[in-house]
Design a protein. Sequence first.
Length: 224
Amino acid sequence: MPLEAWTALGTLDFSLLYDQENNALHCTISKAKVPKLMFSRKGLKPMDHNGLADPYVKLHLLPGASKVDKTEDKSLEERGRILISLKYSSQKQGLLVGIVRCAHLAAMDANGYSDPYVKTYLKPDVDKKSKHKTAVKKKTLNPEFNEEFCYEIKHGDLAKKTLEVTVWDYDIGKSNDFIGGVVLGINAKGERLKHWFDCLKNKDKRIERWHTLTNELPGAVLSD
């Protein structure tokens, strides 16, 4: 690129890291700037009348860029998000699963709200001992739960387990509606896998992460 164009538009600092294990390319945007050359102006080229700019960065992976990822993300976001905490307690010899809260849940009732509650299973076990359930929060799409459940299990056995978290809409006189869910474990991907591994690596440390709820969970327990 010609030097004149380079100094006029500014530069972008970023880093790339390929995660071979998860087949993912991570791009970190650090900052935008212009090098301090004697004939260059500081900062990016102003685009607004006030002489400033409100910059943001868009990424496209070429060739072969498509709208598939955007479409999938939109459908997942429609089900909402859930804040989960994980901690392996040496004192209790068990996994502590915290259901903190949900945000922007899908509305399942005619009034535009849901009556959500959360269920957890530590699979492959699906018996009553493995099942935990929060209280029902009435008429809300952004429920606060702040409940914690303990699964008694040896730390060495956690790698063989999968945590299934599902969110439901409580209904009286009929079957409860499945809103969405998320699965954490060694077979998960992205943040769901990282959250699980961070818990395994850091005993006695509570780790909170937001996760997107999906409307399909293969092999999940989708009955109350």
